[in-house]
Design a protein. Structure first.
Length: 572
């Protein structure tokens, strides 16, 4: 039997993985009447990160592939940690990734009345009770992985007493933490989640949607499976930490006698040099280690969007890493590869000089300005060309000149000829230094007028081409160079006794306040992406204004010379 798919025409078939295979099997056996209905259910207690992107791509992607539907549902059961700001950011992030839930935007809080009725149903069936143990006492009674738990002294309250107390909990008669509603399952179960888990707790806090209607709130574990059931979800795709919770979800649904979705667990995405814990990401913001949730160093979707990553690159990355049953760590460099691959095809080229060194062509006519033709994107002929102004005085990168060049250094040095991108061959004839510091502050060169466009008139070859910006036409810009936020591969590992924050990279951000960019970039709107030739991919930051142009480095190019220099330093 063939399995229906809904891939775009010409789109290659996706590689198989166990979740996709399960769905195909269910379709073949008509388990859910031929339906595929998934959901992405974030809790609005923080911003989404790259790990969530994997779940988003899988839930929405599989639904699309098999002609099904995917809901966006907020599991908003904890008013003390949830905010409307987080809801709005999640909606923006999912849309930015390219997915649409149509009219299927839901909230677990939409189901609070139904969940309360189901809790009452479990009480009446003798499967739930009101418990007066404190949180600490409950942990003590719970037992361990090797020792069974002990029954609460309140476990055998009558149905009538439990119903009365639960109603009084709802009415707000008791303070926070004084009572809970617990499921009556098995305190000796080897699965700790089945040892009379809490279903409801008292929280006198205003909910971002329901206001002060409720002062008792269902726990996530009591909400998750029933919400899926209400929405008719066929495949409830979760990360591996929920595998041990599945028997509990099944127990609730079976005791209530309601529709039963199929839960499937997969390994969450973990990246090296990164933390993806919401608690730790919140700490980074609250303690000022970063500028906010959308700081380009953070692995949040808003952060990588601001840095200049593309949704296409994220989707390709998530598809490439596949879906596994065992947790592992993916190299961040693989994510950067997909970003670089996408930007190479789509970004316009431009020239910028980050650390300017002034150059004067002594034999170039004073006051003359030429408009040279430059290619916008060699990967996309339809991008066309642009005009770049060239004049007698221009800037090059400081690193593109060495007064005493080492072996294998082919850029500008005294007496050496190089090609200026799109312009001319130039030869360095003089060096001007600051008498106080000895630092090179200006170069003097001659040019070959016959080499216009960077073409050799007589077939002679030069070994290096460097970029430049005309001094008279340069636009000032601030450039922000971002590096990894942590210095070790696994900052989550605290087995050495060090706090995870001790691994923060003090050099994760370098500000360059006086970069020079070519005039075509002066009016580039925030979010525009460019390849600064020979330097990397850069994105106009949201802080950018007509008075102050600000660019973020999205990802570096592969620099052959940097590798050679690093290798030489290692041999010294």
């Amino acid at each position: 039997m063939s399995t229906p798919t809904n891939r775009d025409a010409g789109e290659p078939a996706a590689p198989s993985h166990f979740v996709r295979d399960i769905i195909r099997e269910d379709l073949a056996t008509n388990r859910f009447d031929g339906r595929v209905h998934t959901r992405f259910p974030p809790e609005p207690n923080g911003y989404l990160h790259i790990g969530h992107a994997k779940s988003i791509c899988m839930n929405f992607g599989l639904a699309k592939e098999f002609g099904g539907k995917c809901n966006l549902r907020f599991d908003d059961t904890n008013p003390s940690k949830e905010e409307t700001e987080y809801v709005e950011s999640i909606i923006e992030d999912v849309r930015w990734l390219g997915f649409d839930w149509e009219d299927r935007l839901f909230y677990a809080s939409d189901y609070f009345d139904q969940l309360y009725e189901w809790a009452v149903q479990l009480i009446k069936a003798g499967n739930a009770y009101v418990c007066d143990l404190s949180a600490d006492e409950m942990r003590e009674y719970r037992g361990t992985l090797t020792e069974p738990g002990r029954e609460s002294p309140y476990r055998n309250r009558s149905v009538e007493e439990n119903l009365e107390l639960f109603e009084r909990m709802r009415a707000g008669e008791f303070p926070d933490g004084s009572r809970t509603l617990r499921a009556k399952i098995d305190m000796s179960s080897p699965n700790l989640n089945m040892r009379d888990p809490v279903m409801y707790r008292i929280v006198h806090a205003e909910h971002h949607r329901s206001g002060n209607k409720w002062c008792i709130y269902p726990m996530y574990d009591f909400t998750h499976g029933q919400s899926d059931s209400i929405e008719g979800i066929t495949h409830s795709i979760c990360t591996l930490e929920f595998e041990d919770h599945r028997p509990l979800y099944d127990w609730y649904i079976e005791q209530l006698g309601i529709y039963h979705p199929r839960q499937i667990e997969f390994a969450r995405l973990n990246l090296d040099y990164t933390v993806l814990s919401k608690r730790k990401l919140l700490t980074l913001v609250q303690k000022g280690y970063v500028s906010g949730w959308d700081d380009p160093r953070k692995p949040t979707i808003s952060g990588i969007r601001r840095r200049g990553y593309t949704p296409e690159a994220i989707r390709n990355f998530c598809e490439r890493i596949g879906v596994a049953k065992f947790n592992g760590i993916i190299e961040y460099s693989l994510l950067e590869h997909f970003v670089r691959e996408d930007l190479n095809k789509t970004s316009l080229r431009a020239m910028a000089v980050l650390r300017p060194l002034k150059v004067v062509i002594d034999n170039y006519p004073e006051g003359q300005v030429e408009e040279l033709e430059a290619i916008n994107n060699p990967e996309d002929p339809s991008a066309g060309t642009r005009k770049v102004p060239f004049s007698r005085v221009f800037y090059i990168e400081q690193d593109d000149f060495r007064e005493d060049p080492p072996k294998q250094y082919y850029r500008l040095s005294p007496g050496r000829e190089v090609r200026l991108r799109y312009a001319y061959f130039v030869t360095c004839t003089g060096v001007v230094k600051d008498p106080a510091t000895g630092q090179v502050v200006e170069l003097h060169c001659t040019y070959d007028p016959a080499s216009k466009g960077g073409n050799s008139p007589d077939g002679r070859k030069v070994k290096s081409t460097i970029h430049w910006v005309s001094a008279a036409h340069a636009v000032e810009a601030e450039v922000r160079l971002y590096d990894k936020l942590f210095t070790c591969e696994n900052p989550n590992d605290e087995s050495d006794g060090q706090e995870w924050t001790s691994h923060l990279n003090p050099n994760s951000l370098e500000l360059i306040p006086d970069a020079k960019i070519e005039p075509c970039l002066a009016a580039a709107p925030p979010g525009s992406r460019y390849q600064f030739e020979r330097l990397g991919y850069f994105t106009v930051d949201r802080d950018s204004t007509p008075e102050k142009r600000v660019f973020n480095r999205t990802v570096q190019l592969r620099d052959t010379w940097a590798k050679i220099e690093k290798s030489q330093k290692g041999k010294r």
